[in-house]
Design a protein around this ligand. Sequence first.
Ligand code: AMP
Ligand code: MG
Length: 286
Amino acid sequence: MATRFEVALAGSRPEALRAAAEEALDEIARLEDLLSIYRPNSVISRLNREAASGAVAVDPVVWGLLRRALDLSAATDGAFDPTAGPLVRAWGFHGASGSPPDPQVLAATRECVGWRLVELDPARFTVRFLRPGVMLDLGAVGKGFALDRAVGILRDAGVESGLVHGGTSTVCALGSGPDGEGWPVALPLAPGERGHGQVVRLRDETLSVSAVWGRAFMADGRVLGHVIDPRVGEPVMAASMAAVRLPSATESDALSTALLVLGEAGRARLEALRPGIGLWLRTAGP
Ligand code: AMP
Ligand code: MG
């Protein structure tokens, strides 16, 4: 996931907390090995090499994550789409800061994108791509999933209070924070802004942020960022930053990406999908 994870725990038994935190971080490292497209031996890299030629059986945990990811794609009309990878690559964002693609390349790439092109068999835990060129990229949901698993380990170890985050873009709270009012977490500011972002309170909840400015380039006065609207094949225009609060980090991660793509139109849709969801959206500025 090419990012830094941090665990901060509170409690009266520091040695037990340290052991739990190490176990949680080990699980995150294990999942990175399974899920990263930047690891040639990961399950996802193997699927990207082989699943267009036939069904490939995978670990049930990975299969379950793919099932949830495709369900979230369906629920967001493809705004969140784990097959968007070829578009991300075509726009030059794989390990780089981006550049506009050749229109012909872009048109061909769009043919390979769409969550309906991935077939999952629940009886055999297999994955198959319905055409060549399809690629899975869990960059918008894997971090949240890894954090959910890490938090599960911490809770099983009896941890009741703490914060865990991945790259500051997804944070999970255990408990209600030092004052019992919820852990205070500030939304990020845009580049160049000063001061503090709006503070959101988390009680046994997670917050994920998705922003265009993480990896981006300028063209025609627009900031073109690494989140692509798969429905049009271009970097998102609808918003510059989206944040989602939900109990599950897997869902807040995927749905913050979806909200960035959908913009204002996404509010009602996500509120209907997950009543009680917290949503923050910036549409102005870079
Ligand atoms: P996030 O920061 O969670 O919004 O994830 C962004 C990353 O997910 C990008 O860097 C791409 O690797 C990938 N991605 C880009 N656009 C989409 C999309 N519409 N749906 C799912 N993943 C995407
Ligand atoms: Mg995300």
